[in-house]
Design a protein around this ligand. Structure first.
Ligand SMILES: NC(=O)c1ccc[n+]([C@@H]2O[C@H](COP(=O)([O-])OP(=O)(O)OC[C@H]3O[C@@H](n4cnc5c(N)ncnc54)[C@H](OP(=O)(O)O)[C@@H]3O)[C@@H](O)[C@H]2O)c1
Length: 223
């Protein structure tokens, strides 16, 4: 895996609010970003509209099909949980030996609450590792509200809990998160903890609905 300075980052399913939000924030940090989609034209239109909205035509971010995005140095998965397998499986070869970061949560709506669903492999990140046996897997951004990421005028101020399949995966993901202004990476541990990270999002989203706000996390007690 490469050291993270200025690298290319591909986002699978990047046309949704989360992929687009993380993508634009990473391009503001100086990285080259490819927003992946099943439909290249849609991806290009979505990216151009966002650039115009925030007067940021100078940013190095563009739209592509998911396969092209998967050829980037580091790849982020931003599909819904139900689409993870079908999106990632055909791209195994491109993703081999790379860092692949998942922000995927598996939640379901019950009344006014979002509740966690237990994925068949124990977590969405463990499912990803099962599909991509030769890739380094990390988990990040799960607790970030898309609305805040997408509003480029909003000053982010959140911790980002990170777990990963190796020290390298955690460390490179932390560097990437740290490159985004206002985000502080907090290394938590191995992928065995990924379900705890993913499912805790249900607390934040349900609390956000109830309190008409956008909750994210800040840990206490860090040096
Ligand atoms: N929304 C939040 O605030 C938030 C916060 C933290 C984490 N997350 C997690 O981050 C991920 C992305 O969230 P999001 O709200 O941005 O997702 P989304 O808008 O529902 O989906 C993202 C993109 O995935 C692609 N996609 C959708 N269904 C697909 C399918 N059946 N097969 C292949 N591709 C499909 C679509 O892109 P194309 O049509 O262009 O291919 C879509 O624009 C989710 O796993 C979510 O749990 C969300």
């Amino acid at each position: 895996m490469e050291k993270i300075e200025k690298i290319t980052i591909g986002i699978l399913g990047g046309t949704g609010p989360m992929g687009l939000g993380v993508g634009f924030r990473l391009s503001q940090a100086g990285h080259s970003v490819l927003i992946g989609s099943r439909d290249e034209q849609r991806a290009q239109e979505v990216v151009e509209a966002k650039k115009k909205e925030f007067n940021s035509l100078n940013l190095t971010i563009s739209g592509s099909i998911n396969e092209t995005a998967a050829k980037s140095d580091v790849v982020i998965v931003a599909t819904p949980a139900e689409a993870l397998h079908q999106t990632v499986s055909p791209l195994k070869e491109h993703l081999s030996s790379k860092l692949v970061i998942s922000m995927v949560n598996f939640l379901t709506k019950v009344g006014r609450e979002m509740r966690p669903v237990m994925p068949a492999y124990g977590s969405m990140a463990l499912e990803l590792q099962h599909i991509l046996k030769d890739s380094q897997i990390a988990v990040a951004f799960n607790h970030m509200p898309a609305e805040e990421l997408l509003d480029l005028n909003f000053n982010l101020d959140s911790d980002v809990a990170i777990v990963g399949s190796s020290k390298d995966a955690i460390s490179l993901t932390s560097d990437l998160v740290r490159s985004i202004k206002g985000l502080n990476p907090v290394a938590i541990g191995s992928l065995a903890l990924s379900y705890s990270i993913e499912s805790f999002t249900s607390v934040l989203v349900s609390g956000s609905i109830r309190n008409k706000s956008h909750l994210s996390i800040k840990f206490r007690g860090l040096e």
